[in-house]
Design a protein around this ligand. Structure first.
Ligand code: ZN
Length: 84
């Protein structure tokens, strides 16, 4: 995998992912191919009562925002308090 899970259960991204996420409004890690993209910049294809669907810009696959699906993982920003 491309990130390091800390003993306390939090996880730390590799520097290249932090770099890739810079300037993005809502950087996420694609759960399908492991690349970084901006959730705010995706083209939403369908909106349902319980989720929105979009195509990932990195690998052009369908994803949605239901957390249990694990389609993406939010990336903590540099200014997050728990990021060292
Ligand atoms: Zn992808």
């Amino acid at each position: 995998m491309s990130w390091i899970v800390m003993p306390d259960g939090s996880w730390l991204l590799r520097p290249e992912f932090q770099h890739a996420a810079e300037g993005m409004g809502s950087p996420v890690l694609c759960g399908k191919c492991g690349k970084v993209y901006d959730l705010q910049a995706v083209h939403v294809t369908q909106r349902y009562a319980d989720c929105s669907m979009w195509r990932t810009p990195c690998c052009d696959r369908e994803a949605d925002d239901r957390p249990w699906k694990g389609d993406y993982t939010p990336i903590p920003q540099h200014n997050d308090e728990d990021y060292p």
